[in-house]
Design a protein around this ligand. Structure first.
Ligand code: GLP
Length: 239
């Protein structure tokens, strides 16, 4: 585990890992997270790309998950997030980007197509993950089996409450989401788990126990042969 103490170091460390992956394989298949945790990473990748230090022009981009029912044109969708933060600023080719379609009329067909697109490209090279408060990775909620693949899942009450607490959300949280499965994550050649935020303490403690436990889906990463964790550990504020 790499532990850093400032947001800038956090973004730099994550961007260094992504840049190294892209250097070794410019056409890397990346599976990317949404949420507040990766914001600095994406800003740093855009900065480095504009400065000519790294390039995502050949990368193939997938996202980890999506709200069931939200069209990618909905500004609250994960697809809109990835576009706004990364693929539009980087001017990536449309056909290099495949994001889950939350409003797909046939969810099973959407999941099957997603799996096929990833498989056709040779699988995921680098899967970057945030950490849910309850230990979820992507939308693999507690109890998800290690052999799950892309599917529609029911969101837990705590995940829904956290969505509704997002500034500007202003509607009931979706009941379901699309997500890559734990198996898809474990099949990636490399994983990077990013941990930031004081609400992640319980999930982090589960990881540090070092025991694989489906009650804490992030602990599935303990069995991955090439897994990196970068943690932003901010000093406690004085009262
Ligand atoms: C959502 C996403 C996860 C993400 C998590 C953490 O639940 N489905 O993929 O990791 O939020 O969000 P944040 O980075 O804002 O803490």
């Amino acid at each position: 585990m790499i532990r850093v103490h400032t947001a800038a170091e956090f973004s730099q460390a994550a961007a260094d890992l992504v840049a190294a992956q892209l250097k070794s394989k410019p056409r890397s298949v990346l599976a990317l997270p949404t949420g507040s945790t990766p914001l600095g990473l994406y800003a740093e990748l855009v900065r480095r790309s504009r400065a000519g230090f790294t390039s995502l022009a050949e990368a193939r981009i997938f996202d980890l998950d999506e709200y069931r029912g939200l069209a990618s044109s909905d500004p609250s969708s994960f697809a809109a997030f990835i576009r706004a933060r990364l693929t539009v600023p980087l001017v990536l080719a449309e056909d290099h980007v495949r994001l889950l379609r939350g409003d797909a009329p046939d969810p099973a067909a959407e999941c099957a197509d997603y799996e096929k697109r990833i498989a056709d490209l040779g699988g995921i090279d680098l899967c970057i993950l945030g950490l849910g408060q309850n230990g979820h990775i992507a939308f693999n909620e507690p109890g998800s089996a290690w052999d799950t693949r892309t599917r529609v899942v029911e969101l837990s009450a705590s995940t829904r409450a956290r969505i509704e607490a997002n500034a500007g959300w202003g509607r009931p949280a979706p009941t379901h989401g699309f997500t890559l499965g734990v198996k898809n994550v474990l099949e990636a050649r490399q994983t990077l788990l990013l941990i930031a935020g004081r609400d992640k303490l319980a999930a982090k403690a589960a990881l540090l126990r070092g025991v694989q436990d489906p009650a804490w889906p992030a602990t599935s990463l303990l069995r991955h042969p090439n897994a990196t964790i970068i943690e932003l550990s901010e000093p406690a504020r004085s009262q």
